[in-house]
Design a protein around this ligand. Sequence first.
Ligand code: HEM
Length: 424
Amino acid sequence: MSSAPDIPVDRQAALAFDLKRLDAAFLADPFPLYRALREHDPIHRMPDGSYFLSRYDDCAAVYRDPETWSSDKRHDFRPNFADSLLYEHHTTSLVFNDPPYHSRVRKLLAPAFAPRALAALQPRIEALVDRLIDRALARCADGGAVDLIEDFAAAIPVQLIGDMLGIPPDERGPLLGWSLAILGALEPVLSPEQFSRGVAAVAEFKAYLRDLVDRRRREQRRDESEILSTLIAASAFAVSASGAEERLSELELLHNCIFILNAGHETTTNLIGNGVDLLIRHPDAQRELRAAPGLIASAVEEFLRMESSNQLGNRRAARDTTLGGIAMPRGTYVHIGIGAANRDPAQFPDPDRLDLARRPNRHLAFGTGIHACAGLSLARMEGQVAIGRLVARCGTIAPAGAPTRSGRARFRGFLRYPVRLRRP
Ligand code: HEM
């Protein structure tokens, strides 16, 4: 076990914090500033009038009160997305909507995330992870190196979600690029290039899925374990659609499929990448996990807490309210600091310490409340199998060059991470 270095942080830096003006030092390591915010200005008002929340209790309170704190982003996405396809996509995804639309889609998705469907996926994940490790060990055997992200972490979710959605294996090539471009458009500051890439990605993804849905409908094939089949059956143009109020329109069907694909890609890639990075930076923890593989479930929770793949959430006040004693009129926009809340010492003793056996560990990496991540069991399983088997099968997991961070504030992870692996 080891502690993160104690970096003194200027109180002024906390008071001047602005999500729209982030520097490279923050993107590399936001935790000192998150600590300063918790200590000096936990409900921090930013220049645009929105608030940044860094205490666990405030973040959890917002998540747990969806009637006061709305997820509907039709208003918020206008300035960045105007009436583009990015606007159409993000405002149709269940995550950026309130009940009753949100509850309708969530209910329709439930069978695809049920324990039975997930149990069927586990052997596929194990086989895939073993194939990737075999290949990586072979490439490292003659002194070479592999990229932890491209050759391992990113290769796992893309295949699995492809399976879950029923995307034919030879058609999965563009999925990752589309997903990165669409989620990249959610960064606090959006460049014109990010915007055009995002719009083009939604257009291509939508056209691809429309064609796939047409093929499916012609084949009349129904597979309960596939999200696409489940959603087609629930959509307005399905032959056996259920009651009218439960149906999805074609646009709703396409955009929620795109959302699920995106939601499970980068987040899970980053869980695996960030988890292995923590083990590389804490060799004592790596040894501990190798000696006690049964720790993998609580270890993955600890990776999620310390280096949450998704660092930020957002809500807008649907009515006048107060938070932590501060009056917030209807319309107030808040940023939920997931990464900051997960290091709050009031909730997690010694929060900068990596403790693979930490219990309880009620982190907010998956959010909480009605929008809590629908894919959390799948993500946990992927993380446990991927990191557990990598540690068990490789006696050495060592850096083979400097890693490159993705440099994003919302989605925390690496673009490249050269590593050298050796058998025990
Ligand atoms: C480590 C991996 C993951 C992390 C950290 C993560 C994180 C989150 C978070 C924080 C939310 C809540 C958003 C909010 O309330 O504003 C969320 C929602 C969601 N996630 Fe995940 N997620 C992960 C993996 C997945 C996977 C693998 C899938 C599916 C294949 C998935 C599907 C969803 C869906 C459908 C929602 C929307 C739920 C709703 O609005 O009711 N996620 N996720």
